[in-house]
Design a protein around this ligand. Structure first.
Ligand code: ADP
Length: 505
């Protein structure tokens, strides 16, 4: 908790201050439970580097307790066999309503923890998390099997769609509650019992939501939260034989460890990973719209989005014009603490480690001859204690530089010119990632040709970054496997059972 709160900060709500005052504990089997080893870790405010809260540090022994609770809840069938789909739906709907009612509190928690503007968490992130629960509440009563026209005349064959079981949901820090909800909303709707492992940088909102599940009527053990470090609490869930599935969002390097760690019981794994998404501006685009859209395609959420439009290709005749528009838009961006009274457009990056990583890429870019038409360094002065970086647009870059190939996960974009359609398709696809791609054009033929040719799970045309609970989302290539959201996420959290009935008398 803040010891001294600068005048320039929006004051904490009393509920937030009270929540942060005591150490926050793992939520297991319907109650906050001290970790066995009684160790804690700190959650820091990235705007100031100051401590926000002490968190119970879950370790493998605590994962055992959480898995046992979730196993008991699942195996008893209280959530998915004995409770009717309609009642399960109502529990999830009530949780959505409670999250909506607690938006001011949850928005402060995510803003403090992640650093992003309160205005964003209050009007976008938290309402979207509630929206996911409303959407999936509706699915509980609509998860159907099918009847199969089999050839054997006396046989009746049908399928059932059943929950996978106990699922470990490992989420990242860039949209703390929203990313966790992408996973637990469909998993719960499908009847699974969940253990959420929030990122160690941002565990507050998931821990707060835990107590709302009780009010929403969830039986104990259905929803558990295990805060802790990835290599401790996370890895313990990944390796646990009592866990049937892991849903993960994070980096490719961690995903490799997760796939390896999951082999013991061959648990199901779904992965939503990073990207180096190409954003293509054609000369025939609405250039003003393209310039503003491309600015936010990279700088939205400070570049800390797996779909950030970090490789910007602009058709040569309009290269300078689009960049001038982007530079003007960027120079109006206000960067500051997410809880600042004067609400900024962007907050800090998440941690000192991330700050150093991003600055390392910027230095590397300069060393390779890149030029920054805006930005290019850390913000100092009043912001010197936080992890603030200037939004940076690099030109004079090539496709083969590290800054154009690797995911930076910060406010840095590489702008490069291109000449024609076939060239840009092959350059855009020349990446190990495939999460998203986008293009700006008024030519319908070109738009649809590229939508088919670009190898990515989401294509945005004359827009960027849109996602909704109803629309599937996920990656090609090393951006992951499985699709979250939409009905695809119900498939992700269910098994199909085929039932044969001999009707012969
Ligand atoms: P980043 O490097 O950006 O923090 P990660 O992919 O490491 O991204 O983190 C995403 C999530 O994965 C976090 O919840 C983190 O705690 C978790 N995590 C990190 N390492 C492991 C691991 N070895 N096993 C399981 N989960 C992990």
């Amino acid at each position: 908790m803040f010891e001294t709160l600068p005048d320039t900060y929006i004051p904490l709500l009393p509920e937030v201050a009270a929540f942060l005052a005591d150490p926050l504990l793992p939520y297991i089997d319907g109650r906050y439970t001290p970790p066995r080893a009684e160790q804690t870790f700190e959650s820091l405010d990235p705007s100031t580097g100051r401590r926000l809260a002490q968190i119970g540090r879950a370790q493998p022994a605590d994962a055992d307790v959480a898995v046992a609770a979730a196993r008991k809840a699942f195996d008893s069938g209280d959530w998915w066999l004995k409770m009717s789909p309609s009642d399960r739906s109502k529990c999830i709907w009530r949780l959505a309503e409670l999250i909506e009612q607690h938006t001011p509190i949850l928005a402060q928690l995510d803003s403090l923890d992640n650093g992003k503007p309160l205005e964003t968490t209050r009007t976008v992130d938290i309402p979207l998390a509630a929206e996911h629960l409303y959407y999936y509440a509706g699915w509980c009563t609509k998860i159907e099997g099918s009847t199969i026209p089999v050839n054997e005349p006396e046989m009746f064959n049908y399928t059932l769609r059943e929950p996978v079981g106990v699922v470990g949901l490992i989420s990242p820090w860039n949209y703390p509650l929203l990313m966790a909800t992408w996973k637990f909303a469909p998993a719960l709707a499908a009847g699974n019992c969940v253990i959420v492992k929030p990122a160690e940088q941002t565990p507050l909102s998931a821990l707060y939501v835990a107590k709302l599940t009780e009010e929403a009527g969830f039986p104990p053990g259905v929803f558990n939260v295990l805060p802790g470090y990835g290599e401790e609490a996370g890895a313990a869930l990944v390796e646990h034989h009592g866990v049937d599935k892991i849903g993960f969002t994070g980096s490719v390097a961690t995903a490799r460890k997760i796939v390896q760690g999951s082999v013991g019981n061959l648990k199901r794994v779904s992965l939503e990973l990073g990207g180096k998404s190409p954003n293509i501006v054609f000369a025939d685009a609405d250039l003003e719209q393209a310039a503003v859209g491309s600015t936010w395609a990279i700088f939205g959420n400070n570049g800390q989005s797996c779909t950030a439009g970090s490789r910007l290709y602009i058709q040569r005749p309009v290269f300078e014009q689009v960049l001038a528009g982007m530079r003007a838009e960027t120079q109006n961006i206000m960067v500051g603490p997410g809880m600042g009274r004067q609400q900024p457009n962007l907050g800090p990056v998440i941690s000192d480690e991330q700050l150093q990583r991003v600055l390392g890429y910027i230095e590397d870019g300069f060393a390779q001859g890149a030029q920054a038409i805006t930005g290019g360094g850390r913000l100092s002065g009043a912001l010197a204690d936080g992890y603030f970086i200037e939004p940076t647009i690099f030109t004079n870059v090539r496709d083969d530089l590290r800054i154009s190939r690797e995911e930076i996960f910060g406010p840095v974009v590489c702008a490069m010119p291109f000449d024609d359609v076939s060239e840009i398709i092959s350059r855009a696809n020349d990446t190990s990632f495939g999460l998203a791609a986008g293009l700006w054009t008024t030519d319908l033929r070109k738009a649809h040709k590229l939508a088919k040719s670009l190898r990515a799970g989401t294509i945005w045309i004359n827009t960027w970054g849109d996602t909704e609970a109803a629309s599937p989302f996920g990656g090609y290539k090393q951006s992951g496997y499985g699709r979250e959201m939409g009905k695809e996420a119900i498939d992700l959290y269910t098994e199909v059972k085929s039932v044969w009935v001999n009707t012969e008398e």
